[in-house]
Structures are given as C-alpha cells and as structure tokens.
Design a protein around this ligand. Sequence first.
Ligand code: NCD
Length: 320
Amino acid sequence: MQKSTLQSIDGDFKNKNILSSIQFSKKDIDILFKTTNKIKKIVQKKGHSDILKGKIISLIFYEPSSRTFGSFVTAAQRFSAGFIPLQGMNNSSHAKGETLQDTIKTFASYSDLIVLRHPEEGSSEIAAGVSQVPVVNAGDGTGEHPTQALIDLYTIKEKFGKLNGLSIVFFGELGHYRPVNSLVKLLALYPHNKISLVSPDPGKIKSEIRNYLKQKKVNFVEREELGSAIKNADILYVTRVKKEFMSDSLYKKLKGKYIVDKKVLGKMKKTSIIMHPLPRIDEIDTRIDDDPRAIYFRSQIKNGIYIRMALIALVLGGKI
Ligand code: NCD
C-alpha cells in the first residue's frame, strides 16, 4: 500500500484507500457519479454484473450498522464478489484482545478490500497503514463517514441537477455526527452554497470542521434555532443524537430537542427535500414520511447501493 494513507484520488481510484472526503476533487466526484449512473442502469436492467467475480471483500464492523453493512454486502453480491462478514466482533479474536492492526493484517491477506467501521476516530487511517489492500472508511468514531457523504451528495445532484447555489440546513446534534463532517467538506468544493448549522449548545459542530469551512471560505452560519433558515432551505439534513458517544446526562439533555414535524414541514418550500442518513429515532415525526419531500426512505437509501458499488468497482479496477 502507499506510504501516505490519505492520498488524493486525483482521477484514479484504483487501489486507493477511501478514508476521508478531503481526498476528493470535483473531477473525482464527476468520475464517481458517471460510474454510479452506469451501474444504476445495469442494476435496474439486469440486477447484477460479474465484473468483480473472484474478488473478496472483508466487512469488519466493530460498531452496529444496518444500512452501511447491508448495502456493502448487496454491492458485493450484485457484482458477484465474495465477502467476509465480521459484524459485532464478539465472535472474533477482538473479544480475546486482538488489536485492530493484527485483525486488519489478517483479513488483508484473505481479501482484496477491507471495509471498516470502528468507534475510534482515525482508526481507518491506522488500518490503512498496516493493510496490504485498500481500506474503505465506513465510519470512524466521531470522525468521518465519506461513503455516506458521497451518497448524500449524489442524491442532492440527482434532485437539483447541480451542487452549487444551494441552501443546506443541518439540523440536530452535530458534535458527534460523522456523515455531516464528511458532507460539509464535499459541499465546500462547490461555490455559492449556504450552509446553516442548527444545533444545541453543547452539540455544536467540532471546531476542526468549523475551521475547515472558514479556511475554505464557505458561507456558513451557526445557530440554535431553525428560525428563518427553514423557509429558504433547499435541503433539510436531519441528524440523530449519537447516544453511544456521550454521557447519559448529555443524552437526556439533547434527546427530543430538535424534531421535524408537520409544523416544520409546513414552513418548507415545495421544491425542498428532507434528508437523513438513518437510523432515525424520534427526530423526524413518522407522519411526514409520506410527504414527497421526505426522501430518506426513497432515493437516499437506494443510492447507497449504487454509490458503494461504484466505489468498490473503481477501487478494485473492475471494468464497467
Ligand atoms: C450513521 C453513522 O453510522 O454514522 N449511519 C449510517 O451509516 N447511515 C448515522 C448514525 O449512526 O446515526
């Protein structure tokens, strides 16, 4: 593997680790989205393709996951690739005290790609540093979740036909929410977007993300109430309170504070969308799920398969 684990994609995904949004340029995103469009057509027409036949993907998940795990499994299977599912880790040698590094070295020698979810920020970089095969970060603690952010960006492009000049409101606890950390970095690549970070205090976005946005001269505001931001929003991106990353007392303080219901929906533009990477607990009232603007159980979730298929195909050099 390359010396630097956090390498720019620079138009060539083959054998690269996918660890952070900052590896992507606009050109890389164009390549990924074009490949995703092709794959989407293949899946809709034939359901599968043999381009990764003979390849094996290790899915090493130290943290709970439904969609990320399930969609990577689906992606592998639709490409006729094999996969090793290590989920929960209680039945693996981790339970005996094995280090992340040793687990990664082992599964790198069994497979062609490792997809890793782990509770510690920076874990995917550590893994990439000892792996013989590329590593995909499927969520590292309160760090990043780049594949989710690419899904979200693709969904936004599909809906609005552009990635610039949009008003995006992030709503909820933002201090521990890795999909937002990754998505705002991607949005920073495109001009004239307006980002509103609406979150409780404590629960504001991490200072390193705030500094990144400042450094990239992104137009963003931080506030505690939705206020007038909601009526101009093209996208309302809702987050879960990440209970597992905070004390019980902080969770009790934040839970149920930021809720999207019919009243909020009533203030939104007809052309707007509501996104959520899921799981949703109580932050979106289930009675708005049927509104066409609520796309979290529609395109956002489906696109998870197509983007992840495109990523693994490009990294493993499959010909589409
Ligand atoms: C998110 C995650 O794991 O970061 N889920 C996901 O992958 N779609 C969000 C969450 O845990 O709430």
